[in-house]
Design a protein. Structure first.
Length: 95
């Protein structure tokens, strides 16, 4: 039996600006997060720095796994500020 996981997305795929990169590949980095509100900005800066040097278009998909802290608020802010960042919120902690 498949269990459908309710989620909410911020920053739709169309938000990502088309890259003017010769290579048409897209690297997607998916990161599940739980109670990481105070660490997300540092993590994003490090991952973005590593990926920006590759000259490949990328997106970072951050999934809030029902965090009770400010993780979701930080994710929403980062998704609004960066065209490469997507934010997804699960309705509760799925582990």
């Amino acid at each position: 039996m498949d269990q459908q996981i309710p989620l909410r997305c911020v920053a739709p795929i169309s938000k990502m600006k088309s890259a003017t990169i010769a290579n048409s590949e897209l690297v997607s980095v998916l990161m599940p997060l739980y109670c990481e509100g105070s660490h997300i900005r540092t993590l994003l800066a490090q991952v973005s720095e590593a990926l920006s040097g590759t000259f490949v278009a990328y997106e970072i998909i951050l999934v809030d796994d029902g965090s009770p802290d400010n993780t979701w608020n930080v994710l929403c802010e980062e998704a609004r500020l960066s065209p490469q960042v997507r934010a997804v919120k699960l309705s509760r902690n799925f582990g």
